[in-house]
Design a protein around this ligand. Structure first.
Ligand SMILES: [Zn+2]
Length: 416
């Protein structure tokens, strides 16, 4: 009899353990990404990695796993829509062709695991990795994260960059033709673009990236071919645009989901983007970031002013924006995310309100990535990607550098 009771109580214990543990987050201040406002004293219930309930009157039990963030500013996990986790170039000594020639895919992948973890630990729970990762290094990083071997954010992945002949290389001699194919696919006609899109998707791409304006300019038909082919797989196209006004207009008219950089976009183009719903991922380098590329102070200042002006115009016009950083040169003594966040200097110089900057890192980014119903907001049925800050980001956006709590899909990654 006694033994039976013991077995019975043991079974009861097992069944209790098997029941999903509910985690309760007491959020002193919680960012509502839709309104851009802070809500006070909110309770967030998390079960099986998903947010179950949010509000000021949510009931919970004392036996739940309670995380007290009453003195913190709680936000949805942040998103960076333009990163290169496997690439790093020396400070003020840029030679991208040299990186292609000297770094193997495995070395790039190892670097990528380190930087992916930096993103997650610094509050970026979703990133868009946009190419320059050797021979599909990031595809394996994503697999390693999914297998639980390493920690990292959710990664949207472009695979190899599709570009007119030459990729983004310059002055490679004919004996070394195709050196750039380690990182790029040459595609110079609509059919070649369709083939390149399929190759990338086969190798794990979940977003397609084209480059126009560097070694050639894609016409509207070529952009349309990429958009149409990717759409068959439910995938969006984003395009690096530099240097040429026509290049930008072709991308907008071709129906791409986003423009990366677009430093030279004029008012008419920004207006057209607004009408078409094209996102701007502005990668708005600060002076320090430009300077890191080896340019002199005058050039770095001029370029900083260009991006700041473009940011101002895009914000005033109402062009949709998603946050993206594009850093491939770490600043001395700073890790990748700390270097990335130097771009906030440009956003501040452009006078963009902190609430809007946070929206570009949450709901706007989620919309661009096509995950607006599952991430980027603290609401029921969304993934529990949740971070907390020591300081109020609506007072000063620099507060996003004070992350001291990170939860990824319900699992606590960091709690200082
Ligand atoms: Zn980039």
């Amino acid at each position: 009899m006694r033994l039976h009771l013991k077995i019975l109580s043991l079974l009861l214990c097992i069944s209790l353990v098997a029941q999903a543990q509910i985690t309760v987050i007491k959020a002193g201040h919680m960012f509502d990404a839709v309104s851009g406002k802070m809500l006070e004293n909110q309770i967030i219930l998390v079960e099986n990695g998903i947010i179950k309930a949010v509000g000021s009157n949510v009931k919970f039990s004392k036996s739940d796993n309670i995380i007290d963030l009453s003195n913190e500013w709680v936000l949805p996990g942040l998103m960076d829509c333009h990163v290169h986790i496997t690439a790093n170039l020396p400070y003020r000594n840029i030679g991208i062709e040299q990186m292609y020639a000297t770094e193997s895919t495995s070395l790039r992948a190892i670097r990528g695991t380190v930087i992916a973890k930096q993103f997650l630990y610094n509050g970026f729970t979703t990133i868009k990795e946009i190419g320059n990762d050797a021979n599909y290094a990031t595809a394996d990083i994503i697999k390693a994260i999914q297998k639980g071997w390493i920690e990292g954010p959710t990664i949207f992945y472009a695979g190899k960059i599709i570009a007119p002949y030459g990729g983004q290389s310059h002055d490679v001699n004919p004996e070394h033709e195709h050196l750039w194919n380690f990182e790029y696919i040459d595609a110079d006609a609509p059919d070649e673009i369709r083939k390149a899109v399929r190759q990338n998707i086969y190798n794990g791409a979940t977003v397609i990236k084209l480059v126009t304006g560097d070694n050639g300019i894609y016409g509207v038909e070529e952009i349309k071919a990429a958009v149409d082919e990717a759409k068959k797989y439910g995938i969006k196209v984003t395009v690096h645009v530099r240097n040429d006004a026509a290049a930008g207009t072709n991308v907008i008219l071709g129906g791409a989901a986003g423009i990366e950089h677009g430093f030279e976009l004029d008012i008419t183009q920004l207006q057209l983007m607004k009408e078409k719903g094209t996102f701007l991922v502005g990668t708005d380098f600060s002076f320090d970031n430009w300077y890191a590329y080896g340019m002199d102070s005058a050039t770095a200042t001029a370029l900083t002013n260009t991006v700041t002006d473009r940011l101002k115009r895009a914000y005033t016009i109402g062009t949709k924006m998603a946050f993206g950083t594009d850093i491939i040169v770490n600043l001395p003594k700073l890790n990748r995310v700390q270097t990335n966040l130097k771009v906030l200097n440009s956003w501040k110089a452009a006078g963009i309100p902190p609430a809007y900057i946070l929206q570009t890192m949450t709901i706007n980014a989620a919309e661009l990535l096509g995950i607006e119903k599952s991430r980027g907001l603290l609401a029921p049925l969304f993934y529990a990607d949740i971070i907390a800050l020591k300081n109020n980001p609506l007072e000063d956006i620099e507060a996003i550098k004070t992350v001291d709590f990170v939860m990824k899909e319900g699992k606590v990654i960091r709690k200082d």
